[in-house]
Design a protein around this ligand. Structure first.
Ligand code: ADP
Ligand code: ASP
Ligand code: MG
Length: 267
């Protein structure tokens, strides 16, 4: 059976009904016998709302306090999704970025992930639980333990990094469009859905402003050959595969045979 990381964005968990729908989808995957790690974003426009609150108090809010504030959004989602899974009879546990051992740089509001210690996560998976992880956040352990965030849209990066650390069979990014299109479908209705895109092409799209995937997520997928797919939360359509060149798939295999603590060097 496979180990699958699924990530659901803000719109996909924007209401109680949607959280329950996500729970049904996650439970269905778990019932097939797969181990499932779910990464979620804050509900709907929660993060925007929190940024607005901070800006009402300070034109230039302290970055550490911004991380303290913004990281709360994802904590609401993980608790509610975990409860929704438990209501369906699916054992589940919610964990923050710090609790799953996502260690980052100390750069508040734009921290990069340095390493992940998947021990706690793996033991929860082994006990048959779905593990629901707060996206977008980590912990910096340079001296003091500090909550950090990964930059707007960073839950994608949490998901791909966890998939890399766990050597998952697949990382599925569920969102509010059917996959990656030739251009933003909200702006250009004739945009065409792609079956497949390379990481480099995706990075180029991102540099032109397509925020469908966080660029760091694409870089990690590329460097570690993580099997990545972007697909709709509302349908069973196959979505878009984001593929890596063959050499990085080799690197993935080589890396996979190494041991637990991982350190990325993507610069
Ligand atoms: P999530 O909350 O699930 O992370 P995002 O809002 O971050 O979702 O990203 C999905 C959005 O990205 C879509 O609603 C779409 O408007 C936008 N988008 C921009 N460019 C593209 C593209 N080329 N293909 C697909 N979606 C795109
Ligand atoms: N909630 C964060 C944001 O709105 C992270 C994410 O959605 O990926 O940017
Ligand atoms: Mg996003």
């Amino acid at each position: 059976m496979a180990l699958i990381v699924q990530k659901y964005g803000g719109t996909s968990v924007g209401t109680v009904d949607r959280i329950q729908e996500v729970a049904r989808r996650v439970a269905k995957t778990a019932k097939l016998g797969h181990s499932v790690v779910v990464v979620v974003s804050a509900m709907g426009k929660t993060t925007d709302g929190l940024v607005k609150l901070a800006k009402e108090i300070s034109a230039n809010p302290n970055r550490r306090e911004m991380d303290m504030l913004l990281s709360t959004g994802e904590q609401v989602s993980i608790a509610l999704l975990s409860m929704a899974l438990q209501e369906l009879g699916q054992p589940a546990i919610s964990l923050t970025g710090a609790q799953v051992g996502i260690v980052t740089e100390a750069a508040h509001t734009r921290a990069r992930i340095l390493r992940i210690d998947p021990n706690r996560l793996e033991s929860q998976l082994n006990s048959g639980k779905v593990v629901v992880v707060a996206g977008f956040q980590g912990i910096a352990d340079a001296g003091e333990l500090e909550i950090t965030t990964l930059g707007r849209g960073g839950s994608d990066t949490s998901a791909v990094a966890l998939a890399a650390a766990l050597r998952a069979d697949k990382c599925e990014i569920y969102t509010d469009v059917p996959g990656i299109l030739t251009t933003d479908p909200r702006l250009v209705p004739e945009a065409q859905l792609m079956d497949e895109i390379t990481c480099d092409e995706m990075l180029e799209l991102a540099s032109l402003g397509a925020k469908v995937l966080h660029p760091r997520a694409v870089e990690i997928a590329k460097n570690y050959g993580v099997p990545l797919v972007v697909l709709s939360s509302w349908s069973d359509a196959p979505g878009t595969r984001v593929v890596s060149p063959p050499h990085s798939r080799g690197r993935w295999r080589a890396w996979s045979s190494q041991k637990r603590w991982m350190r990325w060097n993507l610069t």
